[in-house]
Structure formats: C-alpha cells, structure tokens
Design a protein around this ligand. Sequence first.
Ligand code: 6PG
Length: 225
Amino acid sequence: MSVKENDWLLCSSQNEFELKAIEMIENFADDAIRSKGHFSLVLAGGNTPKKIYKSLSKTDCDWDNWHIYFGDERCLPSNDEDRNSLMAEKSFFSQVSIPKNQIHIIPAELGMNEGAEVYDKKLNSDMVFDLVLLGLGEDGHTASIFPNSKFDEKKQAVPISNAPKLPENRISLTPHRLSMANYVIFLVMGKDKKIALDKFKSAENIPASRVSALKKLTVLISDVN
Ligand code: 6PG
C-alpha cells in the first residue's frame, strides 16, 4: 500500500481524536467478531493511547472475543510504571472482561533477548492481526523500531538495544510483522510530532514508513500544527 492510499484524518480536537479512534476500533472489532468470532488487536505503547484505552473500556464491546497483543515493550520489571503493559492494565484491562489468557503481554522483564525469543515463538507467524495500533515518535520511530535500530528482519519479535527513547533495551514487533494486519491506525497527537508526520506523509525513510496494512492504514492526527 502506498502512502497516498493511506487515510490521513485530521481531527479538530483531542476529543474528536479519541472519539474517532474508539469508533474505528469498535467497528473493526464488531466486523471481525461477526465474521469469524474473534478480534485480534495489537496495542500501542506510550502516552497518546492512554485516554483512548480508558474511554474504550467504558464502551459495551464483546470483550470475551477480544485477543490482545503488544507492538512493543520496555525491558523493565512487570510492575514498573513505565511498562506499556501496566499502562494498558490500569487504563483498559482492569475495566473490562477480556479473559486474562487472551491478553498476550511481552515478557520484557526477562530481558530483551530472552523476552523477544519467547514472544517470537508465541506468535503464530501466519496469523493476520485484525487491527494494529501504533504511535509515532518525534524521530519517526514506531513501536520500538528506531531510525538506527538493528534487528533480524526474519523474526516477528526482536530485541532492540541502544534505543534513544529510554529505556535503552526494548522488545518490538518488526515492521513486517506489524504490517501483517488488515487495518493499522497510527495515533499521532502533539506539536512535537509535526516533523515526523511531515516525513511520514512524504514517505521519507523513517521507521513508520515501513509499516503498511493489508486493507487500510489510517493516520489519525490531532494538535500537530
Ligand atoms: C513506547 C511506544 C512508542 C510510542 C511513541 C509515541 O514504548 O514508547 O511504543 O513507540 O508509541 O514513542 O509515544 P507518545 O504517545 O508517548 O508520544
């Protein structure tokens, strides 16, 4: 899918940004559950999605059929405030009835190499995610794939060291694995993302540009200009 086929949706407020994100997630979930009985969702980390997850948890979804994965994780103890899994637990999982065995947390507390290997083996390499949520970093990174990240492209989940955004050691799904998704939504909010967003729109060589979708990639934008 080329950049021009992506949908670039500029929202007029943070509230509209969140409502649009929730509406899209709910619609993709309803369609997937209606057609095949389950919905696989990859969560984004960082701060932007926190309020979206919190508002999503207040909706009436068929949670029993949701299966959750993570696009990346920071190599920190499971109970560390900076863990993406703890953010998702507090803002989302603690408020809904998704079966715990359907929430697939990246075991980053094992360290980047062992944790990546465990998650890589856990993922079904043939499975297409229904929806992948991603953030965009100021340097154009997404998940934990940074401009100079070195990793094995043949793997699904990889160790990332020397990350410029702390902690230095992380685990990430690869751009190829993130692209094995029917739909991808980038959640981009804040003036600090303007340069990265312009590069993304111009298909410049940033990690975010390496992600595509089988059906549609949408970039949801708020408060960037
Ligand atoms: C992480 C995220 C990372 C994040 C972007 C945007 O673990 O840090 O996965 O890719 O999505 O850095 O972060 P913000 O939403 O906090 O701006």
